[in-house]
Design a protein around this ligand. Structure first.
Ligand SMILES: Cc1cc2nc3c(=O)[nH]c(=O)nc-3n(C[C@H](O)[C@H](O)[C@H](O)COP(=O)(O)OP(=O)(O)OC[C@H]3O[C@@H](n4cnc5c(N)ncnc54)[C@H](O)[C@@H]3O)c2cc1C
Length: 425
């Protein structure tokens, strides 16, 4: 079967990997000169299979005022003349209830644990894949007791919600956090505790994506990559997709997988599909390690500041910030300065701050934090979109599940909770 995958970010590439493994004839189309140059380029590098707490959580209501008022806040809202932004925000606030957050956590955990199993399988099957992978484990640290108590409840909830027994989590007090991650010594007085998950991984998403694409090329010479190719629109006849119009002309296939990140809502709007995907702009910095003893070996999340730290080979990757400010991908120097200041305060001598590489990317976020996967009301059109803050983490399971569906098999992991309303997977 000829399958066109629209978008060559980490989600499009993992989908192409499983499709090609099934013997499908895959064409990957992307507007950039190469793969993974948008949201998948320099993200936080955390493979957080067990830490899936959605941003839409009841705790948002108390944080809303500080988020909106403080210039250094990790979340910023700048109103646009765009009804899509307002609709997304209202749906996001509606998702900030305990029941919705718990439901999302349950579904994301299932996908996260499936991704972890697939990552283990991939590491065995593709030993030449070199992407800075480490089974680093993850420590989420809390600076206030109320937040730590919330995390304790979350850990209890997750252990009751089933999942993978290999992914046990432990709540630690502040001293125990510093004992397992001595690089946190500087803020030992501020840390009230943390959650340690030894089964989490870290890696470089860009190197993973381009490396996996190379593996597909080697195993499936029929793979066709069309870079520098803008997708203008999807062509519909009655209820079927019959092609895509691109800057290289019309392309046709037997199936189309939409994996265009934040552009997915725009591309599907003319079809009457209103995908609730809006960009959450984030920033990262990558810097060479100056003092290895001062750099965390665990991947660390500073819960209050919404910042993540991952050591990727000889460099430290720091990422954070969620700005609801539209589609502009330019780096705002003030937001970048906030990120650098946070990293410097926590790990002052760890890296060479004169050699920081800054980056900004748009997380393709749904209000609930759940990606949208599987079939649509249109024949031949499949979705693999809206992975928000967890696209690297979830990409293997969602790619495999969508490839399964296209191959006519039940998905390897249930897509319950991820499909469009009223459409069976
Ligand atoms: C600061 C930051 C930190 C993050 N940290 C983590 C983390 O630690 N762990 C984690 O799991 N996730 C993290 N994420 C989220 C993760 O990076 C994203 O969820 C993931 O990259 C989304 O992948 P994607 O393939 O859906 O989108 P993208 O990578 O954006 O890919 C979409 C592709 O589609 C192409 N495209 C779009 N429209 C068109 C068009 N019209 N024509 C042609 N091509 C088109 C684009 O060029 C792009 O290559 C982070 C994100 C950010 C911004």
């Amino acid at each position: 079967m000829r399958v066109i995958v629209l978008g060559a970010g980490v989600v499009g590439i993992t989908t192409a990997y499983y499709l090609a493994r099934d013997g499908q004839q895959v064409t990957l189309v992307d507007r950039n000169q190469g793969a993974a140059l948008e949201a998948s380029y320099a993200n936080g590098g955390q493979l957080s299979y067990s830490y899936v707490v959605p941003l839409a959580d009841p705790g948002v209501w108390t944080k809303l005022a500080p988020w909106l008022l403080s210039p250094a806040s990790p979340v910023r809202f700048r109103p646009q003349l765009d009804p899509q932004q307002w609709r997304w925000c209202l749906r996001f606030l509606a998702a900030c209830t305990s029941a919705r957050s718990a439901e999302t956590t349950r579904h994301l955990l299932r996908l996260g644990h499936a991704s972890r199993r697939l990552m283990r399988e991939l590491l065995v099957q593709q030993p030449a894949l070199d992407f800075g992978y480490a089974n680093s484990g993850k420590l989420v640290v809390y600076r206030d007791t109320a937040a730590l108590n919330g995390a304790r409840r979350q850990v209890d909830f997750q252990s009751r919600s089933g999942g993978d027994p290999e992914c046990r989590q432990q709540v630690l007090d502040g001293a125990a956090c510093v004992a397992i991650e001595p690089a946190l010594d500087r803020i030992r007085r501020e840390i009230v505790g943390g959650v340690h998950t030894p089964s989490e991984d870290s890696a470089d998403c860009y190197r993973f994506s381009v490396g996996l694409l190379d593996r597909i090329r080697i195993a499936s010479p029929a793979l066709c990559c069309l870079f520098d190719t803008e997708i203008h629109r999807l062509r519909v006849r009655r209820s079927e997709i019959v092609g895509i119009d691109t800057s290289r002309g019309r392309l046709e296939a037997d199936a189309y997988v939409l994996a265009t990140g934040t552009d997915s809502a725009r591309l599907t709007r003319p079809l009457g599909l209103s995908l609730p995907i809006y960009p959450l702009k984030g920033y990262s910095l990558t810097a060479p390690i100056a003092d290895p003893g001062a750099v965390p070996t665990l991947s660390v999340t500073d819960f209050q500041r919404k910042m993540v730290y991952a050591r990727i080979d000889g460099r430290l990757r720091v990422a954070g910030i969620a700005d609801i400010t539209g589609y502009d991908r330019a780096i705002d120097p003030r937001r970048m300065a906030t990120l650098v200041a946070e990293a410097r305060a926590l790990f002052p001598g760890a890296v060479d701050y004169r050699q920081v590489e800054g980056w900004a990317g748009l997380r393709p976020a749904t209000p609930s934090g759940r990606p949208i996967l599987g079939r649509t009301a249109y024949d031949k059109l499949w979705l693999n979109v809206g992975h928000g803050a967890l696209g690297f983490t979830l990409s293997l399971a969602s790619g495999r599940a969508v490839a399964d569906l296209i191959g006519g098999r039940p998905p390897w992991v249930s897509l319950d909770g991820f499909t469009l309303p009223g459409v069976a997977p």
